[in-house]
Ligand binder design. Structure first.
Ligand SMILES: Cc1ncc(COP(=O)(O)O)c(C=O)c1O
Length: 363
């Protein structure tokens, strides 16, 4: 493919090349329909097949139990920060949040507008460079639910062992690591994720929710804010982001061809090992995140103990060398390499080679 660079963006992020090629081939005439998926009714037979197949692939990949609904929503993961408490809050039973960075902060802000919220554990004292340990988390057995963020896109930490919440539903924002490894869906009451990292292009939010929880929502909520509405209408209550759902189907097929989530996990572990090994091999680079909590998806790198001028130079020179979007989030600084499912190992190796070369010139 011409002029493709290695894109380390945190999202919207790199997509698998075979998926882009397939979309290109289908663009003007989808399967002999004489039109693009973008021009097709969401109630048409071909689109019905697209959404049904996408859901079936996801169910196979994640081994989603039969008593869970799969919903394709809009409004981003950000809408879920509000929609989850609106649907799942039981008055008098506060929502527990384990606070691990900027995205749980956003969730807390929204929960506080519609429900009572308790911080059950927090990584704030260590500037979110480590996740709270089980002994540092106090869960309320009466909570409406527990909210976590499985992978902290900005601070570069990722849960390995999810907290045990007993009978209290666990709600996880998996926006930046869904489909990157196998997870036991039955451990969760609800999983949500914006598409634009591991699922497809921006424009849909995936929600996987235990059916019993769908029925918790007060019916007085506006219909479009109730999970129930989308559950009853197979995500076709109103016009969904049809082209995005088509793209999601292609990405899910690609993941199945790569050996499913076990294959993805091995691929992601390999890439992350390459990069963290390169960081740890020298004092010139460092990663502030505790080793056991380091994310396989978003790798934070500081250059020369946080030398901002040198970091700026690194980002500019890397960009010129075809290694794109390595600037860290402004709240953390330094560099951030997002190495989602679709980032090939060759891209990470190219970054490691560049790092060694940069150190040889400026270290
Ligand atoms: C973990 C996490 N949660 C939520 C969001 C917000 O997602 P959206 O922009 O789809 O609302 C992001 C976006 O990067 C994220 O990384």
């Amino acid at each position: 493919m011409p002029n493709r660079i290695y894109n380390f963006s945190a999202g919207p992020a790199v997509l698998p090349e075979p998926v882009l090629e397939q979309a290109r081939d289908d663009l003007l005439d989808y399967h002999g329909s004489g039109m693009s998926v973008m021009e097709m009714s969401h109630r048409s037979k071909p689109f019905e097949a697209i959404i049904t197949n996408a859901e079936a692939s996801l169910r196979r990949l994640m081994a989603i139990p039969a008593d869970y609904d799969v919903l394709f929503l809009q409004g981003g993961a950000s809408l879920q920060f509000a929609m989850a408490p609106m649907n799942l809050y039981l008055a008098g039973n506060p929502i527990d949040v384990i606070h691990t960075g900027a995205w749980t902060e956003k969730a807390i802000e929204e929960i506080n507008k519609v429900a009572a919220c308790t911080i059950a554990g927090s990584g704030e004292a260590s500037h979110f460079t480590r996740l709270p340990r089980p002994a540092e988390i106090t869960l309320n057995p009466q909570a409406s639910y527990v909210h976590i963020c499985s992978n902290n896109t900005i601070f570069g930490s990722q849960w390995r062992e999810f907290p045990a919440t007993g009978n209290v539903p666990l709600v996880a924002d998996m926006s930046s690591d869904i489909l990157s490894r196998p997870v036991d869906v039955a451990r969760f009451g609800l999983i949500f994720a914006g598409a634009q990292k591991n699922i497809g292009p921006a424009g849909i939010t995936l929600v996987i929710v235990r059916q019993e929880l769908v029925e918790r929502a007060p019916k007085s909520l506006p219909a479009i804010l109730q999970y129930r509405t989308f559950s009853k209408n197979n995500s076709l209550y109103n016009t969904p982001s049809t082209f995005t759902i088509y793209m999601v189907g292609l990405v899910l097929n690609w993941i199945e061809q790569q050996g499913g989530l076990a294959g993805m996990e091995a691929h992601n572990q390999h890439k992350a090992n390459l990069l963290y090994r390169a960081i740890d091999a020298t004092d010139f680079y460092s990663c502030p995140v505790a080793k056991e909590d380091r994310s396989l998806m978003n790798v934070i790198i500081r250059v020369n103990n946080g030398d901002e001028a040198l970091e700026k130079k690194f980002v500019a020179e890397a960009e010129a060398a075809g290694l794109s979007t390595l600037k860290g989030h402004r709240s953390v600084g330094g560099l951030r390499a997002s190495i989602y499912n679709a980032m090939p190992a060759e891209g990470v190796q190219a970054l490691v080679n560049f790092m060694q070369d940069f150190e040889a010139r400026y270290g």
